[in-house]
Design a binder for this molecule. Structure first.
Ligand code: PRX
Length: 638
């Protein structure tokens, strides 16, 4: 079915699914408690989040829950001192969690590594000491360019433990994209691996990392740490490059945890916006840990016996909050898989669920759509009875994919929790709980302590059934604390519609108050749940000498949800053709990396523009799709 059909269904979907009575009885939060929490949070948001903060450990408590004097530069828990790693690791060593599995990792070739909380704590301490001996200090930036490996988790936690700011760059980004991020962050240290396994092949990573640092580029980087994953020979630069194993071998098992101010930065994560330059979203220790801990444990009803698997790569916010920090703070066991979901065949994910007895499985709709293609024979080969909750994130899920997941993976018993959030929000914002009445394709309602609305461009709420812009009307603890070195761009989130946070999504609320996300309202393309800016793609095309001008837009794709299509105007002397298309695609790969997939390229003699010369991507998109994303009736067009 094409995307327009999916959206029509979203608009018409009327099925509801009620939780099984047993599930309601066993849930940590029952319907009355949820209602109570909503009322309490609406009346006293600071009180609600203070209670959530009290569930975590602090070196010193806050003077105030929220300081909004300098809005939109909100400060959560000012005066408090903490470290998220204390909550994710240190405190568990004093409890029964000490010898519980924190991390189960499986490599693509089938190798496994398991870490108890105690083992992970010690690994992190050893690497934290190594980072300190390399001269990394509180506030320094550490870029982590790694596939999903235990050392990726260890690096993030070790950096945070010593107060350094980590920035994970997805291994599918190119050398140039990596360089851009390193330079923007002015990183002192780069951590990478020799390579990783993907779809039966070894992908070299160290050489890409080297390329990012070539010549005087990214000369802020003083050292590079290389994790040996594939045992492939790599060139090591004397005095700059260090093998991970060599560094940690001699280090002590204990390392002091840096005492941080609640709003000291924890990590930067680059994400795409509407200009050619990615933005470095900043999250800090205090607010982030409170928001993530409360929402992850509430939505996923975490219990001591759970095995939690979030399939997202650590290079995205989902990997940070739901793959690493959230599960570790909750003291649960997290699963991580290195490789391709279809390697060696389309049942790999189900074999992992069965092997480790995964109880909660959190993934992206694109993954479901891809696996659906292979039919039900693959999940049927495995015992998936350990599963009790399913979740999705990153893009709208069509009712078809929702029902497939529910029926074939969840035995028509496990609720599918569709969670809406963003890199900028840090935590889940709109989501059902296991006890909620579900409508396939709807993210249901805002979580307690989160206030959202669907409004027109002036900020007036639109009536039920009408499309509008999704906004968050109250601050929330794990909101980004800024954009790295770009206060003006940060303020734009709050100035598009004055006084509220503009999420950039089109949504609709139904008669029951349920929210249906319909897609991006801006020039951001959501490819397989990953954001990429039209402007970013266009700038990358512009590097090619043949390109005079280009417009990149999102077009429907059965598997990826959206894919990028480029309309290219050529310079004098260049002829359209297959060779040129190949070459242009190569340029994009070079500029941005394999993460930026171009589905098709069309050559045009002119591109639609406004009278003032602004590209009208909307026109091209409507031409391609036969519709405009979302029902925007009620919104004034600009
Ligand atoms: O468009 C929305 C979509 O993903 C965007 C955020 O992307 P990113 O910052 O990369 O974070 C993705 C994972 C947290 C949103 O603006 N999105 C996210 N979750 C959903 C969604 N669209 C529909 N339904 C969702 N559940």
């Amino acid at each position: 079915m094409d995307q327009s059909g999916a959206i029509d269904n979203l608009l018409q979907e009327e099925r509801v699914f009620r939780p099984l009575p047993q599930l309601v009885i066993e849930a940590n939060v029952n319907p009355q408690e949820l209602e109570g929490a909503r009322k309490f949070a609406a009346m006293d948001p600071a009180g609600y989040w203070e209670e959530a903060a009290d569930e975590l450990d602090w070196f010193k408590k806050w003077d105030q829950v929220l300081d909004d004097k300098d809005a939109p530069f909100y400060r959560w828990f000012p005066g408090a001192r903490c470290n998220i790693v204390y909550n994710a690791l240190d405190r568990h060593i004093e409890t029964a969690n000490k010898n519980k599995l924190a991390l189960i990792w499986e490599g693509e070739p089938g190798d496994q590594r398991k870490y108890t909380y105690f083992e992970l704590y010690r690994e992190v301490n050893r690497f934290a000491n190594a980072l300190r001996s390399l001269g990394v200090r509180k506030g320094d930036r550490v870029v982590i360019y790694m596939p999903p490996l235990p050392e990726t988790v260890i690096s993030m936690l070790a950096a945070a433990k010593i107060g350094a700011v980590h920035s994970v760059v997805f291994a599918g980004f190119s050398a140039k994209a990596l360089r851009k991020r390193i330079n923007d962050a002015q990183a002192k240290l780069l951590i990478t691996s020799d390579g990783f396994y993907r779809n039966g092949r070894i992908i070299g990573l160290k050489e890409t990392a080297d390329e990012a640092l070539v010549g005087a580029c990214a000369d802020c980087v003083e050292a590079m740490v290389v994790v040996r994953r594939c045992n492939i020979g790599v060139d090591m630069v004397d005095g700059r490059d260090f093998q991970y194993e060599d560094l940690v071998r001699q280090e002590r098992n204990e390392a002091p945890t840096e005492v941080m101010d609640a709003d000291d930065p924890l990590f930067l994560l680059y994400t795409s916006g509407t200009t050619g330059t990615p933005k470095g979203v900043v999250h800090s220790h205090g607010g982030y840990m409170v928001g993530v801990h409360r929402t992850l444990t509430t939505v996923f009803d975490i219990k001591p016996t759970d095995i939690f698997w979030c399939t997202a790569d650590p290079g995205w916010v989902t990997g940070h909050s739901a793959g690493i920090y959230g599960p570790l703070m909750a003291g649960t066991t997290s699963v991580m898989y290195e490789g391709h979901p279809n390697y060696p065949q389309a049942d790999r994910l189900w074999s992992i669920v069965a092997k480790y007895g995964v109880t909660i499985f959190y993934t992206a709709p694109t993954m479901i759509r891809m696996l659906m293609r292979f039919g039900t024979q693959y999940p049927k080969q495995h015992d998936l009875s350990s599963l009790r909750l399913l979740g999705t994130v990153g893009e709208p899920i069509s009712p078809e994919a929702w029902i497939w997941l529910y029926k074939n993976i969840g035995r028509s018993e496990c609720p599918v929790l569709d969670t809406w959030w963003q890199t900028e929000t840090g935590m889940f914002m709109i989501s059902p709980l296991p006890i909620s009445v579900l409508k396939p394709g709807s993210v249901t309602k805002a979580l307690p302590g989160v206030e959202v609305d669907v409004v027109d461009r002036q900020g007036n709420p639109v009536p039920p059934g009408k499309g509008g812009l999704l906004v968050v009307t109250q601050p929330w603890p794990s909101m980004m604390t800024g954009l790295w070195n770009d206060d003006d761009r940060f303020k734009e989130y709050w100035s598009q519609i004055p006084g509220v946070y503009y999420a950039g999504d089109v949504a609709r609320r139904d008669e029951d108050g349920y929210i249906w996300i319909q897609g991006r309202a801006d020039d951001v393309i959501n490819i397989a749940g990953h954001r990429i800016g039209s402007a970013e793609l266009e700038a990358a095309f512009g590097v090619h000498p043949a390109v005079c001008e280009c417009a990149a837009v999102g077009v429907p794709d059965q598997i990826k949800g959206e894919a990028a299509k480029a309309f290219v105007m050529l310079n004098e002397g260049f002829e359209p053709g297959d060779e040129l298309i190949k070459d242009l695609k190569k340029t994009i790969r070079n500029e941005l990396g394999p993460v930026a997939v171009i589905k098709s390229i069309e050559f045009r003699d002119s591109l639609p523009k406004t009278r003032s010369g602004k590209l009208m991507r909307r026109v091209l998109k409507a031409e391609e799709n036969g519709f405009e994303i979302g029902d925007l009736t009620g919104l004034d067009e600009d």
